[in-house]
Design a protein around this ligand. Sequence first.
Ligand code: BTN
Length: 253
Amino acid sequence: MLLLNDSFLLDWHWLDFDELESTNTSALNYAQKLVPYQKTVITALKQTAGKGRRGHAWQGLDGNLFFSLILNEKLENLSKFVLLSSLVLLLTIKELSKNINLKLQLKWPNDVFVNNAKISGILFEKGEGDILIAGIGVNIVHAPSLPEAAYNATSLKNVGILTDRITFLKNYLEFWEKTRDTWVKNGFEPLKNLWLENAMGLNEEVCVTDGNKMIKGIFSGVSDDGALLLDTSHEIVKIFAGDVSFFSKDIVK
Ligand code: BTN
């Protein structure tokens, strides 16, 4: 393990490992020891038991980026950080693809799709006290095949962006800082609006499933606390957790 403090990582403390089961699991453990540092990022070249949302595994394909941010933030802000973390991914990809014409979209709550295929995933976990862990996986060079999923996966390399995990991380942390500053200075509204400008399926009919519950309606926005707002024609329902499916054929396999 290396404890690096490269200036390009701004004031983040960076712990880089050759191999971990999961950067999120390590971040949950390290959080206790590292609290005074405030902001820590843990990366691993390889993950042997990467965790995805809803109990799924996240494949540790060589050359992809796996990292977790240890954030000293309150649970009540979780949904805002969920939106922030995916918006920052989209901004980073936009920056790295300046000369390429790509379709970049955010899928609630925090997936990024490029040309109708998923390129990244984010798993938030709560640590002890005011610790939130943002675990982020980015397909830099390889896309997993996802036979069970309703959508395809892609990688930055597949869509013509040639980069490496550390360059991507550096850009991500820079955008994180800028976007977080905007939030502190101007409130969350501008970020929420920017998120919505890039949202997949806004004002369209969607279906949200959570376990064996399913609800249909028009995706009419996100609330200030990050919930999806679903207009069922009887009422506006606030949804905090679930998987969204779209009826538009774009992302369906
Ligand atoms: C998803 O299912 O879309 C979320 C995937 C999150 C994967 C990342 S990789 C780095 C961090 N460590 C983990 O074990 N999971 C997250």
